[in-house]
Write a protein that binds this ligand. Structure first.
Ligand SMILES: Cc1ncc(COP(=O)(O)O)c(C=O)c1O
Length: 388
């Protein structure tokens, strides 16, 4: 088995047997013709399958170490495809600190269909988990590191514990924050992995996309059926863009991580910063687990600004290289207030339970020069702060 740096480039290539193009062609066709009723082509209709999309799916299945993958039109549609495995009367457990859109789909859409949801503060608390697992519990959802506070769930411990109680409970991980370059949830005991490929997998902030990767063919076939029936798949052009972005995933992840660590160290020394949340800091309360479970720390960090001393709007207005924008994982640095942006759809009580407040700021470290990024933050902190 080749290394990830090789697989991101060579998996998904060699699609073109007519002209041997080096990159995967975009099969911009909604239909593929059959010879006759007995000789059906491998693809017939692009909602059900498309060669460019399959090249992306095969590559992502290979990177995550899964059997099958389905590439969808957004991270949310991947999440929806997984949730369609549940039926009325089933129960799902998820953490309180989770991407706001995932919370919204669970709390306000899925519950409408008679599926019970329990949000727990910490899925590492196995005794509390045991008390909440019921006969109808069918799925446990994890997001590790969590968005935006970088809580870590011990995937292996959770999987061993859950499967010993009931082997049929499906364990699903949102691996968006780390990508398969830094974490492989299927190897640690998950059944399904989802990504918003909008983020690091594509990496260039020009596509909305998602993927579900399954450990077994049976699970993957079920997901592919939902994707086909509901028309959740991504377009051939978007699949091609993601394939292109994916080729530099390892190099980008290293660069994101290098910058994130420098930004976290810088922020940790600022009087106006009350707390820094970053998986690469030895002060992270789960640093030992992080080093065991992840092969890198990633490019996401958050910090709590002392809003009694600093004016948030002045801070955001004074930044030159960090755009005040939702999303993450692109080559450009982004900054956001989860309270009013990525997590605004959560009821206030749920945001507070998740550990959020308006003073928490999330940073997606881009791959620009780190000195420029630090100097930008320094200038903005000086401009917004009455004491700096
Ligand atoms: C961790 C995580 N999962 C899923 C999603 C949803 O992905 P998309 O916006 O591509 O639908 C997001 C979006 O921000 C996210 O941060």
């Amino acid at each position: 088995m080749a290394h990830i740096e090789t697989n991101v480039i060579h998996q998904g290539a060699n699609l073109d047997s007519s002209y041997h193009s080096i990159t995967a062609p975009i099969y911009a066709s909604s239909i593929f013709a059959a010879q006759d009723l007995d000789q059906r082509p491998p693809f017939d209709y692009t909602r059900s399958g498309n060669p460019t999309r399959k090249a992306l799916e095969d590559t992502l299945a290979c990177l995550e170490g899964g059997a099958l993958a389905s590439a969808t039109g957004s991270g949310m549609s991947s999440i929806m495809a997984v949730l369609l495995m549940l039926k009325a009367g089933d129960h799902l457990i998820a953490p309180q600190c989770i991407y706001g859109g995932t919370h919204r789909i669970l709390a306000s859409i899925i519950q409408k269909f008679g599926i019970e949801i329990t949000f727990l503060p910490d899925l590492n608390n196995l005794e509390r988990l045991r008390e909440n697992i019921k006969a109808n519990t069918k799925m446990i959802w994890i997001e590790t590191p969590s968005n935006p506070l970088l809580h870590i769930t011990d995937i292996k411990a959770l999987s061993e514990f859950t499967k010993a109680l009931n082997a049929k409970i499906l364990l699903v991980a949102d691996n968006t924050f780390l990508s398969p370059y830094f974490q492989k949830p299927l190897e640690l005991g998950c059944d399904l992995v989802i990504h918003s490929t909008t983020k690091y997998i594509n990496g260039h902030s020009d596509v909305i996309g998602g993927v579900v990767v399954s450990k077994t063919e049976a699970l993957g076939t079920e997901i592919a059926n939902y994707v086909n029936c509901l028309g959740l798949a991504c377009s051939p052009f978007d699949a091609w863009l993601v394939l292109r972005g994916l080729k530099t995933l390892p190099q980008r992840m290293e660069a994101h991580q290098k910058n994130a660590l420098k930004l976290a160290e810088f922020l940790g020394k600022q009087a106006v910063v009350k707390k820094v949340f970053y998986t690469g800091l030895p002060s992270h309360p789960q640093f030992e687990l992080i080093k065991k479970q992840m092969s890198g720390f990633g490019g996401m960090l958050s910090f709590e600004l002392d809003t009694e001393k600093a004016d948030l709007n002045k801070f955001f207005q004074s930044l030159k290289y960090f755009s005040l924008a939702v999303s993450l994982g692109g080559v450009e640095s982004l900054i956001a207030q989860p309270w009013s942006m990525s997590h605004a759809s959560m009821p206030e009580k749920a945001r507070i339970e998740a550990g959020l407040s308006p003073a928490i700021i999330r940073v997606s470290a881009g791959i620009e020069n780190s000195e420029d990024l630090i100097s930008d933050l320094k200038t903005a902190l000086e401009a917004c702060c009455s004491c700096c």
